[in-house]
Ligand binder design. Sequence first.
Ligand SMILES: *Cc1c(COP(=O)(O)O)cnc(C)c1O
Length: 435
Amino acid sequence: MKFYSTNNKALAVSFKDAVFNSLPADKGLYMPEQIPQLDPLFIKNIQQYSLQEIALEVASTLLGNDIPKPDLKKIVDEAINFEAPVKFLTDSTAVLELFHGPSYAFKDFGARFMSRVMGYFSQSDDKLLDVLVATSGDTGGAVALGFLGVEGTRVTILYPKGKVSEVQELQLTTNGQNIRALEVDGTFDDCQALVKQAFNDADLNQTLRLTSANSINIARLIPQTFYYFYAYAQLKSQGINDVVFTVPSGNFGNIGAGLLAYRMGLPVKHFVAATNVNDTVPRFLASGQYEPRPSVQTLSNAMDVGNPSNWVRIQDLFSGNPTELKAMLSSYTFTDEETETGMKMLISEANYIACPHTAIAWLGARAYANEHPGNYASVFLSTAHPCKFPDAIDVDVFSKIALPDGAATLQGKEKLAEPLEVDFEAFKKYLINHN
Ligand SMILES: *Cc1c(COP(=O)(O)O)cnc(C)c1O
């Protein structure tokens, strides 16, 4: 499969090139040249397959011969080595839990698959692949744990001192091996600026083989389609064929993957994007005007995105038919106050403790169901385990959260992080001296 830039369909590159240069020079995003269809017989019998089997079928349909099937199977089995259960909270409402991976957030799907694809495409005589990543919390953990132990790769994470939660910091800083953490005396924006400057620095690019673990990498989008198929398989095994997915959205990669799955033949009735007050897409769907705004800080901070980068991919998926996009996608926006109420209601109505992002998805699912009653399963996506967001959750509630396996051992581990000032020369020196 070739991948074209959304800004120039004539510019098509191999999967390998799209993975290592995640941004086309024309600043579009890579998309598959055609959307291949899954075998209808596979969809008909999908309830017979495991998550890993579904992932392999979807990935090989999408990638064709780019990675031979036995190699792709190895990548999928290593990357997707945790579950994504659908749990019914009421007769018609279910949660798709995507936080059973090592960083307790759905970004594990993308980061783990991408790390192994990058490892696969790195030849043994290539220089070590140096992955630089700035994080405000969630992405760094998924990338660190995704690349941990992947041969031929090394990760350097920059995170803002004192601005990530305890669990997040432990996930970033206790790995050792091929993962290094730099604790930056600044903000997330400072971290991001340092990383960007490194990518543009001639000396560094000559000495090191730098790459980004950018969220817009096509190798992060593809594995996010897997769990939509798998959720459908779980519903089908219960005799349910009609599903509406509600996705808590920031950069719109997650819901973009759902729409790609739909385009590949997954029978989904409808998608709902639920956002916090960073509502560029909901405003667009209402008015037809795409007017990005600077992002606003909220309780659901992993969704604080004013100009969602994956939106162009969604428009590309429906480029022949914008009316179909409107028919397939609804959206709702919620304030922090509503998010807090939503978290409380989920506990009182369903005894379910959710992170703020997940609570927004539930509110979106509920809003859509109120306006569109019908005989379908309403599945909302849970994107992170609540233990990652102590600041957004009531103290008494937080103390009742059952920690996932592994979280307790995390607490006993030693923090390994180098302090760094917001100073590019110091960052550069670190990278060169620690090569
Ligand atoms: C990244 C993230 C989101 C937003 O996902 P997008 O693909 O950017 O829309 C939602 N919830 C959590 C917990 C996240 O980490």
